[in-house]
Design a protein around this ligand. Structure first.
Ligand SMILES: Nc1ncnc2c1ncn2[C@@H]1O[C@H](COP(=O)(O)OP(=O)(O)O)[C@@H](O)[C@H]1O
Ligand SMILES: [Mg+2]
Length: 336
């Protein structure tokens, strides 16, 4: 049985804001940030909340981190209610909502972690070892940056330190709000690898939010797509892709010998594949597109190549196009 680490049931949250109408006049406005959000996260998985700005991601993770009260609905972490048993929840989670908040600029990374470790009730050799272990885990030790001043840290190092801090108390659940936001691509990549390692090797359960589909695709075991306060789909990456289409598109660019016409080419290709075949002349050569089931990919490709070879066509490029998370997203949210 998969153990449920996070249970979120019909969570709602509205904010009250004021719109300025002239110098003194203002108009009260209610923003419904969460309109009944439900999901579950199981032990050892990286679960992603993927959605555009304003979707309700931060609101959700703040409620789970006990920093914000929901208007209604229930959220529990390891069976503890985030509202009624907030202290128990806090003991079991590690949170990083903004990368830079709360660190001391004039202390080193290690000193910062020692400080927070003490705040969290660690001390003595245990504290020292734990800090050392975290510096190693997030790769700051390897970079030789553990004993550099925080003010000299790059954003990538700060992001790692923030994760090290969140992991100091050995929490079962790690909650990270847009952990790679603003990082340069190599740092973002290292951080993603770290998150996967934390979940799959350290046995932690990880909840991350992101607006980056590429990131969601590589990091998350399962994810929920959230838009305007509502979860519009939830599954594994492959499962979500299947929502859009089961089919893949094989695209080839070939050069035809003068004696072969486009019509002839289409007929010949149609003999070896079951799906629709399109043949179009382009500047670079003739483009062949075939829609097929994933299961026929291997064999159909082989037969097409054999066919093309026997007709004297030379193949310049072959590309397999599978649906992307972006396709899913656009389909589910109407592109907005
Ligand atoms: N403190 C706040 N006061 C008023 N509106 C807010 C506040 N925080 C968030 N919102 C609004 O709630 C909605 C969801 O915000 P948020 O949870 O931050 O989304 P995300 O993290 O996905 O970008 C947005 O429309 C946002 O403008
Ligand atoms: Mg946010």
């Amino acid at each position: 049985m998969k153990e449920e680490v996070v249970t979120v049931e019909n969570l709602r949250k509205s904010y009250e804001t004021y719109l300025r109408r002239g110098l003194f006049a203002r108009e009260r406005k209610i923003v419904e940030a969460l309109k009944g959000v439900s999901f579950r996260i199981y032990r050892g998985e990286v679960f992603g909340l993927l959605g555009p700005n304003g979707a309700g991601k931060t609101t959700t993770v703040k409620i789970l981190s006990t920093l914000l009260l929901p208007d209604s609905g229930v959220a529990t972490v390891l069976g503890y209610d985030v509202v009624k048993e907030a202290v128990e929840v806090r003991r079991r989670i590690g949170v990083s909502l903004t990368v830079e908040k709360g660190f001391f600029w004039k202390l080193t990374g290690r000193e910062n972690l020692m400080y927070f470790g003490m705040l969290y009730g660690l001390d003595g050799p245990e504290l020292k070892q734990r800090v050392q272990r975290m510096l190693e885990l997030v790769g700051l030790e390897e970079l030789g940056s553990s004993d550099k001043l925080y003010e000299e840290y790059s954003l990538g190092m700060k992001a790692r330190l923030s994760i090290a801090r969140a992991l100091l108390t050995d929490p079962e659940l790690l909650i990270l709000d847009e952990p790679t936001l603003g990082l340069d691509p190599p740092s973002a990549r290292l951080l993603r690898e770290l998150l996967i390692r934390v979940a799959h090797e350290e046995g932690k359960t990880v909840l991350i939010t992101t607006h980056n589909m590429f990131e969601a695709e590589i990091v998350c075991d399962r994810l929920a797509i959230i838009n305007k306060g509502t979860i519009v789909a939830m599954d594994t990456v492959d499962g979500l892709k299947r929502l859009v289409s089961e089919d893949i598109t094989l695209e080839m660019l070939v050069v035809l010998p003068a004696k072969v016409s486009l019509k002839q080419l289409r007929e010949e290709i149609s003999e070896v594949v079951s799906g629709r075949v399109e043949v179009d002349p382009t500047e670079e050569g003739t483009r062949i597109r075939v829609v097929m089931k994933p299961s026929e990919k291997e064999q159909a490709t082989q037969e097409m190549l054999r066919k093309l070879h026997s007709m004297g066509c030379s193949v310049r490029r072959i590309e397999v196009k599978e649906p992307t998370l972006e396709d899913v997203f656009i389909e589910l949210t109407g592109g907005k």
